[in-house]
Ligand binder design. Structure first.
Ligand code: PGA
Length: 248
């Protein structure tokens, strides 16, 4: 089993005060999830407050998105270097909300993954199929193609140094969680796509993870943690999810 990773994706919620408060709560209780990497992904404008709030704790901070470019005339964009500079260590790339709502292609996602690694961040590559694709039996094809786009650009060795989050689109924010067996089956396919180098790559599951369903998901052999959206906005609930990984 790889060192577990529990990531909290706060999306576009909250304000500066409650971001800092949530981060402080987690930092104060970090002892209760010893042995688990807990990382939060606040909105970009709250990153610095959160970095300060978790200073000297085991809680890490990451960004929800970044530019594929290192610097330049790209109005509204934030580079990996800038994120690193203020204390981020991780970044999400290719979250389905970015792929769907902001038309991010697998090629662009691959470029962001590459830029993140070159700028010293650990990318968490998000992949997952839509409900229609699942119903049409295309889950594995879709997920492996999303991963292959990154392998084609950065090579399998670099892909394996990042994290892969399997997040079925139909399970995100819907309350409809993949069954532990469904999640494990896709994780096992991803693990086999990565070959021998993928044994140490962290594969995490996301999509309506809560304290009440996380235990059974985390008990699966190829699931090394979770990417948690809604339930990460509540300190006690998110801590409970991380603690399940300690016991698991
Ligand atoms: P959810 O979101 O836990 O609210 O389903 C997960 C995610 O989008 O990463």
């Amino acid at each position: 089993m790889n060192k577990p990773l529990i990531a909290g994706n706060w999306k576009m919620h909250g304000n500066a005060d409650n971001a800092a408060e949530l981060a402080k709560h987690l930092a104060l209780h970090d002892i209760t999830f010893a042995g688990v990497d807990v990382v939060v992904f606040p909105p970009a404008v709250h990153l610095e407050r959160v970095v300060v709030a978790v200073a000297n704790s085991a809680v890490g901070v990451g960004a929800q998105n970044m530019s594929q470019w290192a610097s330049g005339a790209y109005t509204g964009e934030i580079s990996g270097d800038m994120l690193k500079d203020i204390g981020c260590h991780y970044v999400l790339v290719g979250h389905s909300e970015r792929r769907i709502l902001f038309a991010e292609s697998s090629q662009l996602v691959a470029e962001k993954f590459d830029a993140a690694q070159k700028q010293g961040l650990t990318p968490i590559l998000c992949v997952g199929e839509s409900l229609q694709q699942r119903q049409q039996g295309q889950t594995v094809e879709v997920v492996t193609a999303q991963i292959a786009a990154v392998i084609n650009l950065v090579g399998i060795e670099n892909l394996c140094k990042g994290v892969v989050a399997y997040e079925p689109v139909w399970a995100i924010g819907t309350g409809e969680v993949a069954s532990p067996e469904q999640a494990q089956a896709v994780h096992a396919e991803i693990r086999s796509q990565l070959g021998s180098q993928g044994a140490n790559t962290r594969l995490i599951y996301g999509g309506s993870v809560k304290a009440s369903n996380a235990g059974a998901i985390f008990a699966q052999p190829d699931i090394d943690g979770g990417l948690v959206g809604g339930a990460s906005l509540e300190a006690t609930e998110f801590s409970k999810i991380a603690q399940l990984m300690v016991q698991g």
